[in-house]
Write a protein that binds this ligand. Structure first.
Ligand code: SAH
Length: 222
């Protein structure tokens, strides 16, 4: 990331960001605090310079290593669902990727704990988020199927890659009253985005909508 890349936030960019937020509103995102945060978050800094002209389109984009930055609508939907169902004090994110979702979460919670299995993405996300002054984020290079036991329990857990079924260890790391949003499914074309709410030892599940995420993969890539 160089200086021109950082300062390349001209009029066009301000206008395209406003347009993105209008589109999210039209798609049903209602939380104005969240919409403001999305408007102010420099998504172009999370993608390769060659793709920065497309950063404010409501689409997923490649971030290298066969992974993608999530579509803004999905980032908004997952975050809004968590914000409107309970506390956002301690948040666990599985799948840091480029750190865009992490950035949004960092602005609506006290601390974000984020886990990524690919070293290059883990390093790059930390660099980008530090460069834009976000310091309430803890990073771990590990297999997210295990969660992050050291800081459990979490008020909210967000998973940004799809496992075939909800990992038991993640359920165990939810606080009482905690919520998890997670795409679940065995195919890459249609998974269920699920909301799981913990009430004591009960876990209430509901399906939010159909989604398309890269698969949650075991092990670490150094
Ligand atoms: N929220 C990210 C989404 C990135 S795509 C963004 O907007 O950029 C999903 C990410 O999950 C990828 O970076 C992928 O490497 C990561 N991932 C897949 N399986 C994982 C696992 N078991 N543990 C941790 N991260 C995982």
């Amino acid at each position: 990331m160089n200086a021109t890349h950082i300062s390349g936030i001209g009029m066009t960019s301000a206008r395209t960001r406003t347009r993105l937020v209008e589109r999210l509103r039209a798609e049903g995102i209602k939380n104005e605090e969240l919409l403001k945060i999305i408007e102010l978050t420099p998504r172009h800094l999370f993608v390769d310079e060659g793709l920065s002209h497309r950063a404010y389109e409501d689409t997923a984009l490649p971030i290298g290593m066969g992974q993608t930055i999530s579509q803004p609508y999905i980032v908004a939907k997952m975050t809004e669902t968590l914000m409107e169902t309970g506390s956002m004090n301690k948040v666990l994110e599985i799948g840091t990727g480029c750190g865009y979702q992490t950035s949004i979460l960092g602005k609506v919670s006290k601390t974000v704990f984020t886990v990524e299995r690919i070293r290059a993405l883990h390093m790059q996300a930390r660099k980008t988020l530090t460069a834009i002054g976000q310091h309430n984020i803890q990073y771990l290079l590990a297999d997210g199927f295990n969660g992050w036991q050291q800081y459990a329990p979490y008020d909210a857990i967000i998973v940004t890659a799809a496992p075939p079924k909800v990992p038991e260890k993640l359920l165990a790391q939810l606080a009482d009253g905690g919520r998890m949003v997670i795409p679940v499914g065995t195919t890459e074309t249609a998974q269920d985005l699920m909301l799981i709410q913990r009430k004591g030892d009960e876990f209430e599940e509901s399906v939010i909508e159909k989604v398309r995420f890269v698969p949650l993969v075991s092990g670490i890539e150094r």
